[in-house]
Ligand binder design. Structure first.
Ligand code: SF4
Length: 352
């Protein structure tokens, strides 16, 4: 009789045999079976971000996707427990939308350089400096920063969210490169004002005092996407002249311009599915290249795995199992922050 582990191994092997050696698939199939039993026992749902390693991504999540997809799934679930295979700000967003449910993050320290780049006090200072200007924050922020915002956005809907405000000027936080890419896409002029110490008058980005800005940014960076360079693109193109290069909008504008396409993780996945090129290279967390390769076996994916997200890579199958087993690490958001953050997140979800 075929055991549950054999069945899991066969299903993982069907997707991953070209990407993950059998010895690892067999080991992880055993853990996946344990996780699935615990999932039923705890009445849990597992959400898996596109950056999860391939064996995890293709075995245990009930839903996979980008931050926006997973926020939607978190908002819709009727399960008692949500296990977020992603980073802390994502699990916090699930808690913001589901206050009565237990939300677990498998690795307590899975953070994000963007989320850590800005505090609620920084947003309050910016609002004092630019009174009445609406605040858009990227979902890659912590709950207290979302609470100070009018609306959230993800990389897939950033330009649409800015447009939805019909405002002459918008504060757009905290990713410098995403803001610059949105400014370029929408033809807006962006400044990066200092709030330390506060100054009375807004200065142009070059310090020339021009006031013709429409976006007010912050100099947060994704420690992964900021590392890709135009030099990397040129070197890869020299070796693979027919490669199609896709860059995440958290990469610098120089990199997104030099690439063939720029879009969110889901937009990149769709681009690969719908096009036919001899080789593809995704300038984003390397695990996503594996996951896209597994879903598109006829397509040849190159990877630049010298650049990794240390936070996403903290989420392992062992820790996911232990999260369910030991009910850890529970995400809490103080209610007075949660209700204000919820408004900003739900407004974003309505825009889509
Ligand atoms: S890839 Fe960048 S934005 Fe995403 S979690 Fe890692 S550090 Fe944060």
């Amino acid at each position: 009789m075929t055991s549950a582990i054999d069945k899991m191994y066969t299903s993982m092997q069907a997707k991953l045999s070209r990407i993950v050696p059998d010895v690892e698939l067999r080991y992880k199939a055993g853990i996946a079976v344990e996780i699935n039993k615990l999932k039923v026992k705890r009445n849990a749902v597992i959400l898996g971000h596109n950056y999860m390693e391939p064996a995890l991504f293709h075995s245990i999540p009930d839903f996979t996707g980008d931050s926006l997809d997973l926020s939607r799934k978190a908002a819709e679930t009727d399960k008692d427990v949500i296990v977020f295979c992603g980073v802390r700000f994502m699990a916090e967003t699930a808690k913001i939308l589901n206050p009565s449910k237990t939300v677990l993050l498998p690795a307590a320290k899975a953070g994000c350089s963007l989320a850590e780049s800005i505090t609620a006090a920084d947003v309050i200072a910016l609002k004092a400096k630019f009174p009445g200007v609406p605040v858009v924050t990227y979902v890659n922020t912590y709950a207290d920063v979302k609470a100070e915002s009018d609306i959230c956005c993800t990389s897939s809907n950033a330009a649409a969210v800015v447009a939805s405000l019909h405002a002459e000027t918008v504060i757009f936080l905290p990713d410098e490169y995403l803001a610059k890419n949105v400014a370029r896409e929408t033809g807006k002029h962006i400044i990066f004002p200092s709030i330390h110490p506060p100054v009375k008058e807004a200065q142009g980005e070059d310090g020339n005092g021009e006031l013709d800005y429409q976006l007010i940014g912050w100099r947060g960076r994704c420690e992964v996407h900021e590392k890709f360079t135009v030099g990397d693109i040129e070197t890869v193109r020299a070796q693979f002249p027919d490669v199609v290069i896709l860059a995440h909008p958290e990469c610098s504008p120089e990199v997104t311009t030099a690439a063939d396409f720029s879009g969110s993780t889901n937009a990149m996945i769709r681009y690969v599915q719908q096009s036919k090129a001899p080789h593809y290279l995704l300038l984003t967390e390397c695990a996503m290249g594996d996951n896209v390769a597994a879903a598109n076996p006829e397509k040849d994916m190159l990877r630049l795995c010298m650049v990794r997200c240390p936070h996403m890579n903290m989420i392992t199958m062992e820790d996911t199992r232990d999260a369910l087993k030991f009910n850890r690490y529970i995400i809490e958001v103080p209610e007075h922050i949660r209700v204000r953050a919820q408004r900003a997140v739900e407004r974003m979800i309505q825009i889509g």
